[in-house]
Design a binder for this molecule. Structure first.
Ligand SMILES: Cc1ncc(COP(=O)(O)O)c(C=O)c1O
Length: 364
């Protein structure tokens, strides 16, 4: 049958017709296909995922969910469990399909076309992506030579339409953290300050205790990294009850699916075991960093997350990146000028680290 051409493209909102999409990571089977090797042979270190297999108890809880019934739109059990885990009251908390969904919801809540958001560059690309989708304006405040924040430059960059300042701490992909003093200074601007703590469990430094103090603070967390639930899509935000209520009012009613809900509840119960695995990842990160330092010309940046940004002599990063990919070892490369000579390696198992280091030693 011949399709009817009615020029539907003209009805797409103009700013979205050629929008630059988010460069997401491909699934293992696609990476394996591209490298021409079996899926169980690839080493996937490009998504900051957790290398430990799920706990049986979590797997069982997910498998036993009543998938024929809608989830709780008000996420009562989830918010209560997260209150116990975080020490922040349940009415301050709201969960989403990954912290990605909460970032998107914050844009829906605050950003009208033409409004500005501030980003400390380089950082997690989701904030800029959501700004493009929302037809917002993105102002990049460059991080200094050690990737630290320049709060004064951020303040100067604020214009009458600035609504949100995004701050990833630890910062993906540079691995460094913001100080409480810096967070407070940004909060004093009165704008919405989103402190994205997707990697909190790997550093244990948080701004969560400031949530009751500042109604313009949003702290985001993820279950993808420490709890290993990346595939289930679960994250949450902590904020004033007023903001949490606004998010509840605009989110899609059943945004947190029953499997994600069950995975989160079981993971909170199993927190001690999962946090013991987090400690292993932190130790492995330090071992990998030491090994990377033994490679000629390779500079690993210190990291408080489950990943390490690695810098190479000019022109070298791309070659090593491709060489690794050909051997089925996948790391994350970024398109920006500032990170041209870098890539990010997620911390995997000791065996994966050893294979990575051996391959890199050949390539450099
Ligand atoms: C800084 C940061 N925030 C948020 C996310 C998204 O996490 P989630 O899987 O909860 O959507 C990531 C994922 O890599 C991240 O690095």
């Amino acid at each position: 049958m011949k399709g009817r051409k009615n020029g539907v493209e003209r009805l797409v909102r103009p700013h979205l017709r050629n929008v630059e999409t988010y460069a997401a990571v491909d699934p293992p089977e696609e990476l394996a296909r591209r490298a021409g090797i079996p899926e169980d042979k690839i080493i996937k270190l490009n998504g900051n995922e957790n290398p430990h297999p799920p706990l049986d108890s979590v797997r069982k809880a997910v498998a036993q969910t009543a998938i024929n019934i809608y989830p709780d739109p008000l996420q009562r059990k989830v918010r209560q469990a997260l209150a116990g885990y975080t020490g922040v009251d349940a009415d301050h908390i709201i969960a989403g399909a990954g912290s990605d969904e909460l970032i998107d919801l914050l844009f829906r809540l605050f950003i009208e076309p033409g409004d500005t958001i501030l980003d400390f560059d380089p950082t997690f690309a989701m904030y800029a992506f959501c700004a493009r989708v929302a037809d917002g304006k993105l102002k990049l405040v460059p991080r200094n030579e050690t990737f630290d924040l320049d709060v004064e430059a951020a303040k100067k960059a604020i214009d009458p339409r600035t609504k949100i300042i995004f701050l990833s701490s630890p910062n993906n992909p540079t691995g460094n953290m913001a100080t409480e003093e810096q967070v407070r200074a940004l909060l004093e601007t009165g704008l919405v300050v989103v402190v994205d703590e997707a990697y909190f469990e790997f550093c244990k430094q948080t701004a969560a205790h400031l949530v009751p103090e500042y109604d313009n603070l949003v702290v985001l967390r993820s279950m993808s990294k420490w709890a290993g639930l990346a595939g289930l899509r679960v994250g949450y935000g902590m904020m004033s009850p007023t903001l949490a209520k606004h998010i509840v009012d605009i989110k899609s009613p059943y945004n947190l699916n029953v499997a994600a809900e069950a995975g989160l509840l079981a993971s909170i119960q199993e927190a001690p075991a999962l946090l013991a695995d987090v400690d292993k990842i932190v130790r492995e990160r330090e071992r990998m960093t030491k090994l990377l330092k033994t490679l000629p010309g390779v500079k690993p940046w210190p990291s408080a997350g489950n990943f390490v940004l690695v810098q190479f002599p000019p022109g070298k990063a791309q070659t090593v990146f491709h060489g690794l990919a050909q051997q089925g070892i996948f790391v994350r490369k970024f398109g920006s000028d500032r990170l041209r000579d870098c890539f990010r390696i997620s911390v995997g198992t000791p065996a994966q680290t050893d294979a990575l280091i051996a391959a890199m030693r050949e390539l450099v």
